[in-house]
Design a protein around this ligand. Sequence first.
Ligand SMILES: C[S@@+](CC[C@H](N)C(=O)[O-])C[C@H]1O[C@@H](n2cnc3c(N)ncnc32)[C@H](O)[C@@H]1O
Length: 229
Amino acid sequence: MAAQRVSPDPGRVEVAIRREYGLLAPVYERVWARYLAASIVHTLDRLPLSAGDRVLDVGCGTGLLLAGMRARQAELDLHGIELTPAMLRRAGGRLGEAATLRIGSARDLPYPDAHFDIVTSTNMLHDIAHDHADVIGEWRRVLRPGGAIAVTDWDPGHLGTRIRARALSLIGRRPTLHTPEELSELLAEADVRVRGAQAYPAGTWGLWTVHGVRASSAAPVRPGETAGA
Ligand SMILES: C[S@@+](CC[C@H](N)C(=O)[O-])C[C@H]1O[C@@H](n2cnc3c(N)ncnc32)[C@H](O)[C@@H]1O
C-alpha cells in the first residue's frame, strides 16, 4: 500500500488551506498558468464525456476543469465542491448557472452513493491531511459502478515538484505526495480498474494523471477485512 503520513488534525490543516487559498485566489490562475493548462488538458483527455453525464470535480478551485469539460461537451450536469470560498466564488463567476457548486471537504462528500458518472480531482489530493485510502474510498462511493474517475496531482519523481513540496514544508504545510504507481494502488484497493497512469512535465513542475473505471457495486475489501464481514 502507498505510504501515508497521518496528520493528527485534518480539520486544522483545512483551516490553514482556506486561509492560504483565500489569499492566493486573485492571482492563482495567472501565477500557475502553465502548470494549470497542462494539468487540465491531460485530465480532460482521459475523460469519456457523454451528453447527460453527471460529473463531480473535487477541490474544483476556480472552475477551470469544469469549464474545460463544458467546452468539450455542452450537455453535462456539472458539480464542484471546494473548501475555500474565495476560490469557489471565482468558479461561480466563470460557470454561472452551468454548474452546481458547494463549499465542503473532499474527505466527506455531501452526495448519495453512486450519484455521479464521472469524478475528477486535479492538484488537490496532496493537500489532504487525512488517510488517502479513506479519501479515495469516499470519491469511489459517490461514483456509479462503471463510472470513470481521473485524478491528477504532483509527481514526487520530478525535481521541480520536490523542491516546491520542500518549500511548502518550510512554511508548515506538508504535502503528501504519491507516485502514479502508489495512486494506482490506492484506486485498485477502492475497486477501481486503473486504465492508465501517465507522468508528464507541466512548466517547471512534474504531474501525473491516473484514470480508471469503478468496477462493481460490491463494497471494496480493505486490508485486514474479510469480504462480507
Ligand atoms: C492547487 S488548487 C487546485 C484547484 C483546481 N483543482 C485546479 O486544478 O486548478 C487546490 C485546491 O484544493 C482545495 N482544497 C484543499 N483541500 C481540500 C479539501 N479537503 N476539500 C476540498 N477542497 C480542498 C483548495 O482550497 C484549492 O482550491
